[in-house]
Design a protein around this ligand. Structure first.
Ligand code: BG6
Length: 484
């Protein structure tokens, strides 16, 4: 069956940096369905040839050695371009004619990809509807919506209402690129395709869970956007909560979109609301030194570039097991890791002269940069009586599989084309996720907030955050990628 991917906002950075390189790599691997066309849509005037040429340059730059000029010349004819002003409904009628003539009588599955400024999403959806572009005949019609999906629960509900006025829920694919990462999917496999972890994966054996998404980069040129979003909207409502859902969810009945998403939603439904007046104790925030000098950031900004939240999931599996989530810019290194901290053994049998308590087991699931898992456990130091030491068992994807790990967008684009929504967020999921994050944003604004501590570049966030964890008798796993 033929496919058309129509990218609205095609002159933007996401198209050249992520979407086209991903589609080209699918083509290189022979995974792009035959008869796929990619149509670029934006206000800038381009001929097909000009668009192809500019994408060739950017794809070469982003793919480096993986780029092949020969394969590009076979791929490039599937790229087309036509102008479109999202605010002009007539342009969508013209778009319908353009797509009909491009696809001919056979028609095609169409995927409309919203890669525009988020403020234009609602209008783009409405105009697609008015031009009849959402109507499914014998061919499916789908829409992919990039993050951010709203800026709070209320705006997400409004956007969902607009989208549901035009498309059915099963035509709507809300992207969170973290779900397309191989190692995030592998977490599902680790949990549900092995029987040795699941019996331990609960409050009886686990003391707490840490989810860290540390970024080495600062805000850079994105200051204008970032200052209105802040770390909670930019990273927590989507990526960190997705990682928490996958870590905490029950096994779905089957690996199908509905069942996977039902289980994820139940996790969010079980998140304990933070009591008014206690947000300052349940969270930490910080701002890296020099943030106020970034271009686009107002000098009186109060935006946090780092946050840590303590959440509880009130269900049988997780009652009283805190989930500590933290993320920040300009930190020590780029690493995304989930640390499952097991309980200490109940009784110390081997008297370690240096320690009264034994270190507990930890399972470190490293999502990026290198993908893998590391298990920490106790061993006897040879020839030293009964002295113990923590050692580790490593698994690196790269050691076991020679294939390079694909960028998340390859998997997500292919799933959207073939109609598998398992790795996309459902309407109730995004609304509930905002429902977890909004109260922190509001409480911080209303003064129920921890101090906005500044932290030097290249650290693990503000020092207060270390003390906050210590006050709970716990320690952050402040380790740069354990696997390389
Ligand atoms: C984006 C955020 O969604 O995710 C960025 O807007 C952030 O601020 C990025 O840098 C992180 O993604 P990744 O895949 O590099 O971890």
């Amino acid at each position: 069956m033929a496919h058309t991917i129509a990218i609205l906002g095609a002159s933007g950075d996401l198209t050249s940096r992520k979407l086209i390189p991903a589609i080209f790599q699918l083509f290189q691997k022979g995974r792009l369905p035959p008869d796929t066309r990619v149509v670029g849509l934006a206000r800038t005037e381009f001929s097909d040839e000009e668009w192809r040429h500019s994408l060739e340059e950017s794809t070469r730059k982003y793919l480096g050695d993986a780029f092949s000029a020969e394969q590009w010349s076979s791929f490039a004819p599937c790229l087309h371009y036509t102008t479109l002003d999202i605010t002009a409904s007539d342009d969508f009628v013209r778009l319908a004619d353009f797509l009909n003539s491009l696809e001919g009588e056979t028609g095609a599955t169409r995927v409309f990809y919203l890669s525009t400024a988020p403020s234009l999403y609602a209008q783009a959806i409405q105009h697609l509807g008015v031009a009849g572009l959402a109507n499914e005949n014998e061919h499916p019609r789908r829409i992919v919506i990039e993050k951010p999906f709203g800026t709070d629960r209320h705006s997400a509900e409004r956007l969902n209402a607009v989208a549901h006025g035009v498309f059915d829920e099963d035509q709507i694919y809300r992207i969170d690129h973290y779900l397309g990462k191989e190692s995030v999917q592998n977490l599902l496999v680790l949990r549900f395709a092995n029987s040795i972890f699941e019996p331990l994966w609960n409050r009886n054996y686990i003391d707490h869970v840490q989810i860290t998404v540390a970024e080495e980069v600062a805000v850079g040129r994105r200051g204008g956007y970032y200052d209105t979003a802040g770390v909670l909207r930019d990273m927590f409502q989507n990526h960190l909560l997705q990682l928490m859902m996958i870590t905490a969810m029950e096994a779905p009945v089957r690996y199908e979109a509905k069942f996977v998403r039902d289980e994820k939603v139940k996790v969010l439904q079980a998140v304990r609301p933070v009591a008014p007046g206690t947000f300052a104790q349940s969270s930490q925030r910080g701002r890296y030194e020099g943030y106020l000098d970034e271009p686009g950031v107002p000098s009186d900004s109060r935006t946090a570039t780092f946050a840590a939240l303590k959440l509880h999931i009130d269900n049988w599996r997780w009652k009283e097991v805190p989930f500590y989530l933290r993320s920040g810019k300009a930190m020590s290194c780029r690493t995304t890791q989930i640390v499952i901290q097991f309980r200490r053994p109940p009784h110390v049998l081997f008297n370690n002269r240096t320690k009264q308590t034994m270190d507990a087991n930890q399972l470190v699931i490293q999502i990026q940069p290198a993908e893998g898992i590391q298990l920490h456990f106790q061993t006897k130091i040879p020839d030293a009586g009964m002295q113990l030491r923590t050692t580790d068992l490593d698994f690196r994807f790269a050691d076991q599989f020679s294939k390079s790990i694909p960028d998340a967008y390859q998997r997500l684009l292919l799933d959207a084309m073939t109609g598998d929504a398992s790795l996309f967020a459902r309407s109730d999921e995004v609304e509930l996720a905002w429902g977890v994050i909004d109260p922190f944003i509001h409480a911080w604004q209303a003064g129920d907030a921890p101090p906005l501590e500044s932290y030097p570049l290249g650290m693990w966030g503000p020092s207060g955050c270390t003390e906050w964890m210590a006050a709970d008798g716990r320690q952050w796993f402040d380790v740069c990628p354990v696997l390389h």
